[in-house]
Write a protein that binds this ligand. Sequence first.
Ligand code: ADP
Ligand code: MG
Length: 480
Amino acid sequence: MQWETVIGLEIHTQLATKSKIFSGSSTAFGAEPNTQAALIDLGMPGVLPVLNRDAVRMAVRFGKAIDARVAERSVFARKNYFYPDLPKGYQISQYELPVVGEGSVEIVLDDGDVKTIGVTRAHLEEDAGKSLHEDFHGMTGIDLNRAGTPLLEIVSEPDMRSAKEAVAYAKKIHQIVTYIGICDGNMQEGSFRVDANVSIRPKGQAEFGTRAELKNINSFRFLEKAINFEIERQIEVIEDGGKVVQETRLYDAAKDETRSMRTKEEANDYRYFPDPDLLPLEIDEAFIADVMATMPELPDARLARFQSDYGLSTYDADVLTASRPLADYFEAVAEIGGDAKLAANWVMGELAAALNRDGIDIDASPVDAEAFGQLVARIHDNTISGKIGKEVFAAMWAGEGSADAVIAAKGLKQITDTGAIEALVDAVLAANPVQVENYRNADPAKQPKMIGFFVGQIMKQSQGKANPQQVNELLRKKLS
Ligand code: ADP
Ligand code: MG
């Protein structure tokens, strides 16, 4: 039997607001437990939630970024369930009328084909607190700092057909929410969490199979592994004559397996009803126009522009637009360096290698875009060669100052003075009479290769500083 996989993702993105969605408490990560929980977050009786305008702005911004419908009117609903870290006994979410309706994003598949993935909806909701099982022996601690943190839950259509497609989609959403600045994207801290709904069906069958939901996956690598494990598990269950049950499963990264957590609730188990404490959310054209006024260039548009404006290849443009800080860095370097292609090579080459080697984010690079742009400018204007450029960069990385300072301090300026180069050439030719003789007697087809010997000697004599083009030209003249 040939099986086809069907995957839909629910992604919880933590919105980068300063305060919570219904209270003024801080959303900063890592504070002492229960120091950032107001009466509203604690669910005390008689308190009233007040909707955070910034959270709404961010939701609208996302809707517009994926070409979705932004609802003129949406409604907050109570989703009722008991959990120790949910003191109110319900979570305020949106149910029938979400703030963002259908939209779509494009992903690029391995073979370069583009596939459109539908986004069903995105709704605003509050996060719950955290249960801490490790710190207290035989007990569970409750930290309500996270309670009331604004989330945008982004629900996809079941449009993905492999773990790879699911990862490409999740990365695309991650790229968009970080580009438009509504989420810090930090997966370790739980700012971007993925639930994967996975089912299989015989190839060619129209109806979907029963799905299992893999909860709270916080890395792209785990997402791929968890889905692939789950596909194999479901195939095995069905081929052994069993049935997949609709349930929530947990991915255990240490064991690389998924385990059942609980059977899946149906929506009607939650007894959703409109929250009587909150008015319907109404969004008018002026609000949307205001949000659009600060919408940055989106990653797909930037990718296209990098190709058309800078003449970069699709591959280079893709690498350089992967994140907004990287794209910003590159553009600054290209501007200062005076040569976009050269800037692209140096950012993707020397800089990326150093960042990677030292495990540093581009935001924290010890060589900022301006300094790096000046290095590229010195290569572009022939003050130094590319080879010397690497030496200068290493010194800059080590904190030895600007490109110009390093070039001056180490005397690395390229020799372009014709007289000086001629003297070097003459000295090397005089010191190697046999090679000169051989060259002159050689088959002209072999000469271009043989000239490399003299170039090498001269570069060595000049400690890499002679301008290679000039050296080549002079040599050809003198040897002919
Ligand atoms: P719930 O919120 O209860 O999990 P939804 O209907 O909102 O249910 O669906 C959640 C996600 O599950 C969506 O991303 C959807 O695309 C996906 N999904 C629904 N049915 C299937 C299926 N049979 N196989 C895989 N994914 C599915
Ligand atoms: Mg779900």
